[in-house]
Design a protein around this ligand. Structure first.
Ligand code: AMP
Length: 266
């Protein structure tokens, strides 16, 4: 596996693949890899001849009150995991490489960027859309891989690709969960063991919502009943939305830490 830090090196490394018209797969990430990231890498490895993983903690998608500096980082461990997953190129650009002096074009994903997660995190999806478009331009993948865990992000990226007629396919991978049901997230590292137990209410509530939906009842109400039974969490939102298909999504805070999760309704 090559660990590369600038786009020119990535371009040089991809030259032979481009000449051979090989498929390039891209997995955009912020690092602190877990089995969810690994599943995306494996999906790319199965479909594409060349697999590029980007590792960039994107300042533009963090709000002013969100702690960018505290985001978990462990490049050496990530490089080991990516190599073990059969990744060809791990692209680890600096902030200057992604936002060089004079950078001044932003992609605004519109309505989808302003509801639910977008309402809680103003500017978040603008940052996500912009960095992904820039990565797509640098790597020019045939396919890019995203996790269903961030269902609204999938919807935003699909909208950007459609609206800007970008020549790539977006592949969506199922949410990878711990055996107790908690969706894997780099941010789970922030939770104390006690907070982690409280956070389990989120996947349990969504599961209850899905059962309610299947029984012809109101899924959002079922999720709210479940979540409000746990006094140690705060509900940011519970909603059904069309995120690449009907989706029941919720966000909570436990000890000031945010968790999001969702289930598909069909
Ligand atoms: P992140 O590094 O958190 O920005 O995530 C990088 C990619 O991994 C995104 O497409 C996420 O949706 C995806 N991802 C994160 N957690 C999971 C998970 N538990 N299961 C599947 N994909 C995930």
């Amino acid at each position: 596996m090559k660990l590369l830090r600038n786009a020119a090196e990535v371009e040089a490394a991809l030259q032979p693949a481009r000449q051979e018209r090989q498929d390039i797969g891209l997995v955009p990430t912020m690092g602190a890899f877990h089995a969810g990231h690994r599943a995306l890498m494996q999906a790319a490895r199965a479909a594409d001849e060349v697999v590029v993983v980007s590792l960039f903690v994107n300042p533009a998608q963090f709000g002013p009150t969100e702690n960018l500096a505290r985001y978990p980082r462990d490049e050496a461990r990530d490089a080991e995991m990516a190599a073990a997953a059969g990744v060809d190129i791990l692209f680890v650009p600096s902030v200057d490489e992604m936002y060089p002096p004079g950078f001044d074009t932003w992609i605004d994903p519109g309505r989808l960027g302003t509801v639910l997660e977008g309402a809680m995190r103003p500017g978040h999806f603008r940052g996500v859309a912009t960095v992904c478009a820039r990565l797509f331009g640098m790597v020019r993948p045939r396919r890019a891989y995203f996790g269903r865990k961030d269902a609204q992000q999938v919807a935003v990226i699909k909208q950007v690709v459609r609206d800007l007629a970008l020549p790539l396919a977006i592949e969506v991978c199922a949410t990878v969960r711990d055996p107790d049901g908690l969706a894997l997230s780099s941010r789970n590292a922030y939770l104390s063991p006690d907070e982690r137990r409280v956070a389990l209410a989120l996947p349990q509530a969504l599961k209850g919502g899905l059962s309610a939906h299947r029984a012809g009842e109101d899924p959002e109400a079922a999720v709210r009943v479940h979540l409000t039974a746990e006094p140690r969490l705060v509900v940011d939102y519970v909603a059904t939305a069309d995120f690449d298909g009907p989706t029941l999504a919720a966000a909570i805070r436990v000890g000031g830490k945010r968790l999001i999760d969702n289930v598909q309704l069909d």
